[in-house]
Design a protein around this ligand. Structure first.
Ligand code: PHE
Length: 501
């Protein structure tokens, strides 16, 4: 059928019955895809022949598994059939024959008392002569099912909800079975012959036209996520640190963090070293000497790392591997302020910016990525506060549940990896790392001894990938990025989730 044929069929139906009460039922009856019907409807509406009212319809459809079970029978029925045909079967053989279906079906078949375990032979035997596979029957007649049955099928992931906008279609005042075909454009011929005066023109369809895409700049998804995170942290009272130094000295990136010079992270395999300039110039010498002393001999109750610290190693220039280098610089400034004024002001700081690692690129690893980092420096704070702040922050950006795992960092003790429960993926993912900065790190900076600094660092890309539903972070941030996808992406912010008490 052509479009015009379909339009005539729709008009004939409306002419006879007065209306189409439910376009989805109509399309099904005609054997058309509903989208095809919508095309016909829009065309008739443009001609002014009909009017329509949208109606949202919620329904259910079979999942891939559901589809399979509706043909082969439910897992428990498949298990029963197999065991019945064999007389008896060991659970191991059941799994070999039916795979996942065998595993799922075995439990349900036992619960239904269709099969039972023979304790003596450790095999499964039929416990009844025949069964009625109500699951299969239900899957074949979703339309008439009661809510509890639908819920049960959904829970077993055999069906999934669908929603469709169907239409009620009625005649308009201009409805006419023999209306001249409306034309979309005026032609030179129509003007010459004067036929334009009696022609019927299609009206403009402003509702359905998406219009030309406006060119120009677009916000990058990652930029949107960064802005949102920045807003959340500002609301929580954090100040932003200055992050413009991508090229950093090993000193600020590692040594100031009490990371020993033999540490594997300082290897060229993990860190990008700069060739020109290859050494950093301006390092505060007093502080440098305190750091040297801490590495070599210790202090503040520590025995240090006990090796000959090399100033040349510390001066090597690198691309910073974490924004903890930024935190170190900021903390050093706080220490210097304290030395000058004798007053220590508690502070909450954060940063969001780029870091670099010499990584093999894959779906979840990039050589450059972004970190959100933060610290709180105050008296009488510890791990409990750190957990509290992280829970608060993550709840505001969509992770209501957090778990912490003990970890190791050269500069924090104790240290905790942070895992968040992703509400739509329904699984735990590692989101960051955190801890309490060690005295060996903050004492040489001049931070008073009774001040503790709790801190954390989080990778942004993996999050953003989850939020924007992209499978590989390379699609989001690399030369493989799909620029069109960023253009099409709506300006959407992170969802806020209620915090459970
Ligand atoms: N620097 C750590 C990282 O890159 C994160 C971190 C920051 C851990 C602050 C503890 C404290 O993974």
């Amino acid at each position: 059928d052509t479009m015009e044929d379909k339009k005539s069929q729709v008009k004939a139906f409306i002419n006879e019955k007065g209306q189409i009460a439910d376009s989805s039922a109509f399309a099904r009856e005609m054997g058309w895809d509903h989208l095809v019907f919508v095309g016909v409807l829009k065309s008739l509406e443009a001609e002014g022949q009909v009017t329509s009212t949208p109606m949202k319809q919620e329904g259910w459809k079979l999942t891939e598994e559901g589809e399979e079970y509706s043909k082969k029978g439910s897992p428990e029925a498949q298990v029963f059939d197999l065991i019945k045909s064999k007389g008896s079967l060991a659970p191991g053989d059941l799994a070999t024959e039916l795979g996942e279906v065998g595993k799922v079906g075995q439990g349900a078949a036992i619960k239904n008392k269709w099969v039972e375990m023979d304790k003596a032979t450790k095999t499964l035997k039929p416990a009844t002569d025949s069964i009625e596979d109500t699951i299969k029957q239900d899957l074949l007649s979703l339309g008439g099912l009661a809510k509890d049955k639908l819920d049960a099928l959904k829970k077993r992931k055999m069906i999934a909800p669908t929603s469709l906008t169907a239409y009620k279609v009625e005649k308009s005042a201009e409805f006419s079975m023999d209306a001249a075909k409306a034309v979309a454009e005026i032609t030179a011929e129509m003007i010459q012959k004067g036929t334009w005066a009696s022609a019927k023109f299609k009206s403009f369809n402003f509702n359905n036209a998406s219009g030309l895409h406006a060119g120009g700049g677009h916000l990058h998804p990652l930029q949107k996520v960064k802005t949102e995170i920045r807003n959340v942290l500002m609301l929580m009272g954090f100040e932003e640190m200055c992050t413009n130094q991508w090229v950093e000295s090993s000193f600020w990136n590692f040594d100031s963090l009490f990371q020993p010079q033999q540490h594997p992270a300082r290897d060229a395999h993990d860190t990008f070293f700069m060739q020109n300039p290859s050494r950093a110039q301006d390092l505060p010498m007093d502080y440098l000497n305190s750091v040297k002393k801490m590495h070599e001999e210790g202090g503040s109750g520590s025995i240090g790392w006990r090796y000959a610290w090399s100033e040349d190693e510390a001066r090597k220039t690198i691309l910073r591997t974490h924004t903890t280098a930024v935190s170190a610089r900021t903390l050093y400034k706080l220490g210097q302020d304290y030395k000058k004024t004798g007053v220590f002001t508690p502070k909450k700081y954060f940063s969001i910016d780029r870091v670099f690692r010499n990584e093999t690129l894959d779906k979840t690893h990039l050589a450059e990525f972004h970190q959100v980092e933060g610290f709180i420096a105050d008296r009488n704070i510890g791990l409990g506060h750190l957990i509290g702040v992280l829970k608060d922050f993550f709840a505001r950006v969509g992770f209501a549940k957090l778990r912490f795992k003990p970890a190791y960092n050269p500069y924090t003790e104790p240290s905790m990896e942070i895992f968040g429960f992703h509400p739509t993926l329904e699984k735990w993912i590692e989101v960051g790392n955190s801890g309490v900065f060690r005295p060996e790190m903050i004492a040489p900076m001049g931070i008073p001894e009774d001040v503790s600094v709790i801190a954390w660092g989080i990778g942004v890309e993996r999050w953003a990938a989850l939020l924007y539903n992209v499978e590989s972070i390379k699609e989001l941030f690399s030369f493989q990025q799909d620029l069109d996808a960023s253009k099409r992406n709506p300006l959407c912010w992170l969802k806020r989730v209620e915090v459970e008490e």
